[in-house]
Design a protein. Structure first.
Lengths: 115, 109
């Protein structure tokens, strides 16, 4: 079956531009996560949704970052007034349900470069 | 907070065995995951440990000691396609995964 997909795969933005990154989770997956991965580092948690509810946004670096999942499936991560430090790979992951050993399945990521 | 340490790089020969260690200090523990990530690709799930001991899955095995805050991933019969980054991740009570920086394994012919 289809895995997690993300678009675009690559995005180049000029500093100050707004960007929107899309995540299509595996069909039927209740939980959705966004992570930020800097070069040579492991992913860092940004935010978590259970269905359409955003239950945790403690990892969002600033109020320029906003995420939504209005119908409980597709999610969008928006970054306003991009800065050079926002350059990273943004990974989306989904899991079927929220239980002890539930595995998160990752998408290929969107590589954002801010010039 | 979470502190997860793993070596930055390891090199091994095709057909050999490599052991990637991971130590962690976390404010809570709800399982440890290992992921494989090839350059430019998604992390893919390899293994999960929540109880002490060894979990074996084909050429890959993972070990956990909760009292020592220690895990390792053992890769046997190395193949060239195993060249990748290996990520250790600890789940806090709940759902949040905290990742180490990853270990880049290079397999030489």
């Amino acid at each position: 079956g289809a895995g997690v997909s993300q678009s675009p795969r690559y995005k180049v933005a000029k500093r100050g531009q707004d960007v929107a990154l899309r995540c299509d989770p595996i069909s039927g997956h209740v939980s959705l996560f966004w992570y930020q991965q800097a070069l040579g580092q492991g992913p860092e948690f940004l935010t978590y949704f259970q269905n359409e509810a955003q239950l945790d946004k403690s990892g969002l670096p600033s109020d320029r970052f906003f995420a939504e999942r209005p119908e409980g499936s597709v999610s969008t991560l928006k970054i306003q007034r991009t800065q050079q430090e926002d350059s990273a790979v943004y990974l989306c992951a989904s899991s079927l349900i929220l239980v002890f050993a539930d595995t998160q399945y990752f998408g290929p990521g969107t590589r954002l470069t801010v010039l | 907070g979470q502190n997860i340490d793993q070596p930055t790089e390891m090199t091994a020969t095709e057909g050999a065995i490599v052991q990637i260690n991971c130590t962690y200090q976390t404010s809570g523990f709800n399982g440890l995951f290992w992921y494989q990530q090839h350059a430019g690709e998604a992390p893919t799930f390899l293994s999960y440990n929540v109880l002490d001991g060894l979990e074996e899955k084909g050429r890959f095995s993972s070990f956990l000691s909760r009292s020592k805050g220690y895990s390792y991933l053992l890769l046997k019969e190395l193949q060239m396609k195993d060249s990748a980054s290996y990520l250790c991740a600890v789940r806090s009570p709940g759902y949040k995964l905290s990742f180490g920086a990853g270990t880049t394994v290079t397999v030489r012919a």
